[in-house]
Design a protein around this ligand. Structure first.
Ligand SMILES: Cc1cc2nc3c(=O)[nH]c(=O)nc-3n(C[C@H](O)[C@H](O)[C@H](O)COP(=O)(O)OP(=O)(O)OC[C@H]3O[C@@H](n4cnc5c(N)ncnc54)[C@H](O)[C@@H]3O)c2cc1C
Length: 319
């Protein structure tokens, strides 16, 4: 069976859930081989093996980690040339998509971004994308080269295989001067809220203009569910919540198990960022709000009444 390269998405050695999801997808296509850039691979090898990685290629070199993403594309291109993998999977994040684009160009391969499913097909790797704000499902196949696929986090349930830690193999690449044109001069950790990251969370509770600027009930409900907090553009443009939490076409795209929209009307640009969520719930005091067209459950009511009641109910049941 051919290798399937999976670029590990990690922050300081903490592996993001998207990696385990990609390893699960990779196992359907061939032998999942994790590619780790930076330090910390040894400590994570057990977890990677548990989710199916049968190989672990490690490149811990400042020539890769001290720059923006261009050197990573060169590393992967070198590995593709050496191993002719059945596919290369990266997380469909901003960085991941840029790496994928550069890699596809370097390897003269086709590229598919925002895949929500990856399966073996007759003519090669077959992917599914949810496009036009989730109104169409597109099934695609890369017709040339080793397919490069950026997989949307939270789309494919990660499955443990019970495998053991794969052997670590050191790899290196001669990074070109061109790829080192943009150097990272400093990194500052984001202030921790204790809540999960928006793209990784199984549950997201978002607030919109209907909050009137008071995100207290949204945050309290999110905390009762262990959820991340999102916001509509109207809310972030008003300065009520940080821009990094904006969900939508020009914000973050999320695909959680459960998405709860409170005081959000459901504009097409907001839908574009959340319509692939598995279950959608809306709380809106206007029964005619467009968001109700796409929800699984709708509550017509004032969020300042509904959310505190729901929070109490959840807390009591957990309690
Ligand atoms: C190029 C472009 C890109 C965009 N990108 C994005 C994007 O990425 N993300 C995004 O979200 N938007 C985006 N927008 C903006 C988008 O078009 C909408 O303007 C925005 O989503 C509206 O936000 P909202 O639903 O919070 O506000 P509104 O549309 O004003 O809706 C507020 C809702 O709250 C309800 N409400 C009011 N009070 C209460 C209450 N007490 N309890 C319950 N419900 C209440 C109202 O009935 C209403 O339905 C973009 C627009 C453009 C042009």
């Amino acid at each position: 069976m051919s290798d399937v390269l999976v670029l590990v998405d990690h922050v300081d050695g903490q592996v993001r859930k998207a990696t385990f999801e990609m390893l699960t997808a990779a196992a359907r296509l061939g032998e999942p081989v994790a590619v780790w850039v930076g330090a910390g691979a040894d400590a994570a090898a057990g977890d990677l093996g548990r989710y199916g990685a049968t190989g672990l290629l490690v490149a811990d070199d400042p020539a890769l980690t001290d720059y923006l993403v261009a050197p990573l594309a060169e590393l992967l291109a070198e590995l593709v040339a050496q191993r002719s993998p059945a596919a290369v999977l990266v997380a469909s994040t901003n960085d991941g998509k840029e790496i994928a684009g550069r890699l596809a160009l370097k390897t003269s391969s086709g590229l598919i971004t925002d895949a929500v499913d990856v399966q073996p097909g007759d003519g090669g790797v077959q992917t599914t994308q949810s496009v036009f704000a989730g109104n169409y499902t597109v099934v695609s196949r890369v017709a040339k080269g080793s397919p490069v696929v950026a997989v949307k986090p939270n789309s494919i349930p990660a499955q443990e295989t019970g495998g053991s830690a794969p052997a670590v193999e050191q790899v290196s690449v001669q990074v070109s001067d061109a790829a080192r044109a943009a150097r990272i001069t400093g990194r500052t950790a984001k202030e921790q809220t204790g809540r999960p990251a928006l793209t990784e969370a199984a549950i997201v509770v978002s607030g919109g203009r209907g909050t009137g600027g008071d995100f207290g009930p949204v945050e309290a409900f999110a905390d009762s569910l262990g959820a991340a907090v999102g916001a509509s553009r109207a809310a972030v443009d008003a300065g009520w919540y940080p821009h990094s939490h904006q969900v939508g076409q020009t914000g973050v795209q999320v695909s959680p198990q459960l998405y709860i929209a409170a005081g959000i009307s459901g504009a097409i640009q907001h839908r574009a960022g959340m319509q692939t969520s598995k279950t959608i719930v809306a709380v809106n005091k206007d029964a005619e709000a467009p968001i109700f067209e796409l929800v699984d459950y709708g509550v017509v009511g004032d969020l300042f009444t509904v959310l505190p009641q729901a929070t109490d109910a959840v807390n009591q049941r957990r309690g």
